[in-house]
Design a protein around this ligand. Structure first.
Ligand code: F0G
Length: 353
């Protein structure tokens, strides 16, 4: 796509943003919709399954779609500083776009619960990283309070411009497939993304009659407030990106699930990690939280609650596997060491594997 200029320029007429918005972009979006037929077959076959691989965005997660718009708006109205709470990906994304705009960026994260690649990203892009002895939910409370009292722009997904940007992924999916898919499965944490997708699909359907998917939102069992129907005081999951007990856009997410005739479910950490491996063996390495959507889909198909036959299903994989390398390296057997000699390699190849 020559001349591609990022999601804000590409979809500007369809975004509800103020005129003062001044584009700050890293050419995010335009991510691949990857067919995964082997995975579809493993789930019984007879349907089309695609992964919208949002890990291919510039900072490695879907957050860049919303961040380009939120930062462009803040930059356009003259903000000098931005702040966010984060489980890691929002922090890295905010840091990159703020750096691009020459703004100060402060990120508040739960101590010890942010994956290496995300923390490294936030630091590399020049954010001021503050760890708190508390959860993401505590961090969000702090940044909301600060942004109300100081001239610091809040760039969490409570900021409506984040959703304006993130809804562009729904547009891209419809463009790739020609219509909306029958089902869309995605992980749910603070619940901005599911809300944004539903906005996007509805908007396009009103404009172009593109159809609407049923939405399957997926939380981790240890952090599933929208499934339990109440906040979770001490959320816990291996999928640290969605380790959230009080989603800011929880009501909106429940509405999206209901209006789309879908639902929000929870899967176990084991299901998430098994699916992470499965996806990687299909060539798509995603971080644990990103495998949750597909894990939820598998869960529902195996339980006979979703019959995918003849359907087109899209699973959103929100962040790249490189974000959280430790989850892989922690348990892996060390690669074996051979002498740097031809016969050693020949012996190795001759052995049974
Ligand atoms: N997947 C990944 C990889 C995420 O980083 C997040 C959220 C989600 C899914 C859930 O999206 O919050 O819109 O429901 N990460 C936020 C962060 C909380 O701070 O990076 P959501």
């Amino acid at each position: 796509m020559p001349g591609y200029a990022g999601v804000l320029e590409r979809y500007r007429p369809f975004l509800d943003i103020p005129a003062h918005t001044r584009t700050v972009t890293l050419l995010e979006g335009n991510t691949p919709l990857i067919p995964v037929p082997n995975l579809a077959n493993a789930l019984g076959g007879g349907f089309e399954l695609y992964v919208k691989f949002e890990g291919m965005n510039p900072t490695g997660s879907f957050k860049d779609r919303g961040m380009t718009v939120a930062i462009s708006e803040a930059y356009g109205h003259g903000a000098k500083s931005v702040i966010c709470a984060s489980t890691g990906n929002t922090a890295a994304s905010a840091a990159a776009y703020a750096a691009r705009a020459g703004m100060r960026c402060i990120v508040i994260i739960p101590a010890g619960k942010v994956a290496t690649g995300k923390l490294a990203g936030a630091v590399a892009y020049g954010a001021e990283v503050i760890q708190i002895d508390g959860s993401f939910d505590d961090a969000l409370n702090l940044v909301v309070g600060i942004s109300e009292r100081y001239p610091i722009a809040l760039v969490n997904s409570l900021n409506p411009y984040r959703l304006e940007g993130q809804k562009t992924a729904a547009f891209e999916i419809c463009e790739s497939l020609g219509t909306a898919p029958d089902w869309l499965a995605l992980p749910v944490g603070n619940a901005g993304n599911i809300s944004a997708y539903w906005m996007g699909f509805q908007q396009l359907n009103t404009r172009e009659n593109s159809g609407l998917p049923q939405i399957l939102g997926v939380q981790a069992e240890g952090a599933a407030p929208l499934v339990l129907g109440h906040p979770v005081e001490h959320p816990e999951t291996v999928a640290t990106a969605i380790r959230i007990g009080k989603p800011a856009r929880g009501e909106q997410a429940l509405l999206a699930a209901e209006e789309s005739n879908g639902r929000i479910i929870a899967v176990s950490d084991d299901e998430i990690l098994v699916m992470q491996k499965h996806l990687a063996r299909n060539g798509v390495w995603v971080e644990p939280a990103s495998a949750a959507g597909v894990a939820g889909l598998a869960h529902e198909i195996q339980a006979g609650k979703i019959n995918p036959k003849g359907k087109r299903v899209v699973a959103v994989c929100t962040g790249h596997g490189l974000k959280d390398p430790d989850i892989i390296t922690h348990d892996m057997a060390k690669p074996q060491v051979l002498p740097a000699e031809m016969h050693a390699l020949e012996d190795y190849l001759a052995r049974e594997h």
